[in-house]
Ligand binder design. Structure first.
Ligand SMILES: [Zn+2]
Ligand SMILES: [Zn+2]
Length: 878
């Protein structure tokens, strides 16, 4: 049954063939099996515009390890894939294509434009999926979903309407973050704050009654066009007498009130603050309390609108210049200070965000946040590593209402219709055909679409058939188990899935959130297009194989921490694959047995018991590490076992038996070699699925694929602690002798007598065969006292034994003395020449100090070498 493996492992050929075999076998498909427990992971849906990058590769590698592990453990393991419609990113892609034809989306109109986007999606939307397959992702592709497919659209509609009916979605005027470049609202999470140098302009507003002025300070002078008041703190002694008065707004020439509000910080600036309720969230709140007018002076493109008088049509930065110049000319500019401040910028285009008052849709967060906090505080959902719990709770405790409307066309259009006759708004699960209040057919649908995250927040249950609470998949697979994602989207996504799950299904959507870090370049920098330091995972797969890339991702990974990507490590992992391949080839070539079965216990020899016992411990530990999501630790243990214990030791230890005439011992060695190989292939499978499958198919086995075999189990009867310790003592002695010989440059062909002095004579007598062969001895003498003349022998020591080798058996003393004499002569000449230089006054006084010092150092080294050689000479002459 054993097959032969080809000489060289070629991942490129093997991987595509095996992936196809898995797909044909239907092994990725998770059945709803009442006899099995479900284990579910929903994949963070990549953007439909996406190209596979290292972040995806990391995400996928971790999820695939967990899902393959659980599948082998006997769970009905579902990894549910899908793609996100990625509102703005996709719309921009299609608009870019249109621009090449000189068109904008407005030329096409909404309907035609959306057709174009769907065309684009059908053409390119599968690219990222094909790339994920190259990674070996064992997703249930039959269940693949898209955030705008029919089911997800139904779920979105249901959630929107039910939240609206509960009063948790409302339409309101609010200060929102607006990107004038992308021409859309941004949620708080989409704003990135940057420290930027700027200025503080101090402006003078004269009191209307002519009794003086107030000085206000601002970082955005152009907003003064929309000022509708000035505020001071009610406890500020300095301004008691002006509260209730009015002042004249310069340039606009309008009277505005002075109000007292606790919000004003007496220590900041002059303690007088200009109020622009339409362009600042705090001013908006103050304005509500004091009934200040709300005048918006910037349009959606960031230009001054019709309320800006002569500045109308100017861009916000252009207007700033003009206004400052005019204020200065008219004597209202008191001073300008440098002032660094924290500016909100758009996460997509990095332009400054403009706070603007706007009618938008919001989700009322407070009641939702309470349940979501409770779910994490009670431990129902845990973060791994634990420290991210705080990131989450901090955000949840302080989050403002979520602005969910976006001024785009691509996305879930808001299900609200406005009546042109009576003004009523109809919000409905079905597309409305008439006004629900007056029955008029003169209605128009809200133009906006929902934030992309509104649909991805429902991902863990909308993909399983919800809102149909009786959907079979939903009943069986929900709640899901683990969510694997980067720390950069805890707010955007994880938090929103948790409160959505709690609110709509009554259950947290998963019990564990496994957080990983970013993949950085080898210097620790973020991979980015502008730096050009990105590494393409597909290129790594082409060069080293998918298994090598996956190993790179997992071995260097500790939860929550960023990792650096070294191409050399992919190479090292490819070498590891080759090492396993070659070891497996060797085992297969020496296999005369047809079946994988353990020999009878009484037939096992010392080395067999040692490797079986080591394997047993490995199984217990790796299983425990994986259960605790310590994937990096788990894989390192498997790696060390295979490389060191199996390939470097066990294969060596059994060689003599494989070539011996003792048929019984030979067969036992073959059986154990095969058994251990089969077991570690299974342990390694989640990490290196392709290589392990290819080898497993070649060794005697039962079943169709390694990926659906049972996970190895710890066995009490395979614990051989005594034999394990004994074998380790022997191995340590062999290592010590080898190291000592290597230090002395003695070739393996030079055999010697080896005296082993130990308190554990039985152990070393049992291991004498191994020691003879692997420590290059021609005979091994085990004793409890040191041999005569041991003072002059080469020696080395371990915890259990001291080893002695007669010097003249390692080196030819006459020849060695000759060699040393020659080297001594050379070294002494060298020293003499250096000393000559250093005693030359001319050289020492004229040469630069560092050159002189370098010579002195050389002399030091030469003296040390001479001392060493003299010492060696003395020893040999004894
Ligand atoms: Zn933008
Ligand atoms: Zn109506």
């Amino acid at each position: 049954m054993a097959k032969e493996l080809s000489k060289v492992y070629e991942p490129q050929e093997v991987e595509s063939r095996i992936y196809e075999m898995w797909q044909k076998g239907g092994y990725f498909h998770a059945e709803r099996d009442p006899k099995k427990k479900p284990f579910t992971i929903v994949m963070p849906p990549p953007n439909v515009t996406g190209q596979l990058h290292m972040g995806h590769a990391m995400d996928a590698a971790l999820q695939d390890v967990l899902i393959r592990f659980k599948r082998m453990e006997g769970y009905s393991a579902l990894w549910l894939p899908g793609v996100d419609h990625a509102g703005i990113a996709t719309q921009i892609k299609v608009e870019e294509e249109l621009r090449k034809e000189g068109l904008t989306r407005y030329d096409l109109g909404r309907e035609k434009f959306l057709e174009k986007v769907w065309d684009w999606k059908h053409k390119y939307g599968n690219r990222i999926v094909e790339q994920q397959k190259k990674l070996g992702a064992s997703c249930d592709w039959d269940r693949a979903r898209f955030t705008m497919d029919e089911g997800c659209s139904n779920a979105v509609r249901e959630v929107f309407v039910s939240l609206y009916e509960k009063g948790l979605i409302y339409k309101g005027s609010r200060i929102i973050n607006w990107c004038p470049h992308c021409v859309t609202a941004l949620s708080d999470a989409e704003v990135e704050y940057q420290d930027k140098p700027g200025h503080m302009w101090h402006l003078r507003y004269p009191l209307a009654d002519g009794s003086g002025d107030v000085i206000v300070a601002t970082t955005r002078p152009e907003t003064m066009l929309g000022d509708t008041g000035v505020a001071v703190n009610p406890n500020d002694e300095r301004y008691q007498n002006i509260v209730g008065k009015t002042c004249i707004l310069p340039l606009v020439n309008k009277e505005i009130p002075i109000v007292a509000d606790e919000y004003v910080d007496m220590e900041f600036g002059t303690g007088c603050v200009k109020m622009t309720p339409a362009h600042d969230p705090n001013d908006f709140e103050v304005g509500l309390r004091h009934n200040l007018e709300v005048i918006r002076v910037l349009d959606d493109n960031g230009k001054v609108n019709e309320f800006g008088g002569k500045y109308q049509g100017m861009d916000r930065y252009e207007a700033r210049k003009a206004i400052v110049a005019d204020l200065e000319e008219q004597g209202y500019l008191v001073k300008i200070e440098d002032h660094a401040h924290n500016v909100g910028t758009c996460y997509r285009c990095h332009n400054d965000v403009e706070p603007i008052i706007s009618a938008q849709w919001f989700v009322k967060m407070q009641p939702l946040a309470e349940a979501a906090l409770e779910c994490v505080n009670s431990g129902a959902t845990k973060f791994v590593p634990e420290r991210f719990t705080k990131t989450y709770t901090n955000w949840m405790e302080n989050c403002r209402d979520w602005c969910i409307s976006r001024q785009l066309w691509w996305g879930h259009q808001i299900p609200a219709w406005y009546c042109a006759d009576c003004g009523h708004m109809t919000v409905s699960r079905e597309d409305a055909t008439c006004c629900e209040k007056c029955g008029s057919k003169n209605i128009a649908r809200d133009e906006d679409v929902l934030d992309t995250w509104f649909s991805s927040a429902l991902w863990p249950f909308e993909t399983l058939g919800w809102p149909d609470k009786n959907a079979e998949d939903f009943k069986y697979f929900y709640p899901t188990d683990v969510l694997v994602t980067g720390y950069d989207i805890i707010f955007f996504w994880v938090a929103r899935m948790i409160f959505s799950g709690c609110e709509h299904t009554g259950k947290p959507p998963f019990h564990t959130v496994l957080i990983h870090g970013l993949v950085r370049d080898d210097k620790g920098r973020k991979m980015s297009k502008s730096l050009g330091n990105g590494i393409d995972p597909l290129e790594m797969i082409d060069r080293f194989g998918s298994d090598a890339l996956r190993m790179n991702m997992v071995t260097a990974n500790s939860p929550g921490n960023d990792m650096r990507f070294y191409v050399e490590r992919c190479e090292a992992m490819r070498n590891f694959a080759n090492k396993i391949w070659n070891a497996s080839r060797y085992v297969l070539m020496n296999l005369k047995i047809e079946k994988n079965e353990l020999p009878a216990m009484e037939e096992l020899e010392l080395a067999d018991k040692w490797i079986l016992s080591k394997l047993n411990t490995l199984i217990a530990e790796v299983t425990e590490n994986l259960d605790k999501y310590e994937l990096g630790i788990a894989v390192q243990k498997v790696y060390d076992f295979i490389w060191d214990s199996y390939c470097d030791w066990y294969i060596e230890l059994t060689k003599a038996r494989l070539y011996s005439e003792d048929e019984a011992s030979k067969t036992v060695a073959q059986k154990v070699l095969l058994y251990v190989l089969d077991q570690f292939l299974k342990l390694l499978h989640p990490f290196m699925p392709f290589l392990t499958e290819e080898i497993w198919q070649a060794i005697p086995h039962e079943g169709d694929s390694i990926m659906v075999q049972s996970w190895p189990k710890f066995r009490e009867d395979l614990c051989f602690k005594t034999e394990e310790t004994a074998m380790e003592a022997i191995m340590n002695a062999i290592r010590a002798v080898r190291n000592r010989r290597a230090e002395m440059n003695v070739p393996p062909s030079k055999k010697s007598t080896l005296y082993v002095v130990t308190g554990k004579r039985d152990v070393f007598e049992q291991g004498a065969g191994f020691i003879t062969r692997l420590a290059y001895a021609d005979q091994v003498v085990v004793a409890d006292t040191a041999p005569a003349g041991h003072e002059d022998m080469v020696s080395c020591v371990t915890a259990d034994a001291e080893m002695f080798i007669p010097m003249n058996q390692l080196v030819d003393i006459e020849k060695e003395l000759e060699r040393i004499a020659k080297e001594l002569e050379k070294a002494r000449k060298n020293l003499a020449s250096i000393e000559g230089k250093l005693s030359n006054e001319n050289f020492v006084s004229r040469a630069p100090e560092n050159v002189v010092n370098a010579e002195k150092e050389k002399a030091e080294k030469a003296r040390a070498l001479i001392a060493q050689l003299e010492e060696a000479e003395k020893r040999l002459k004894k």
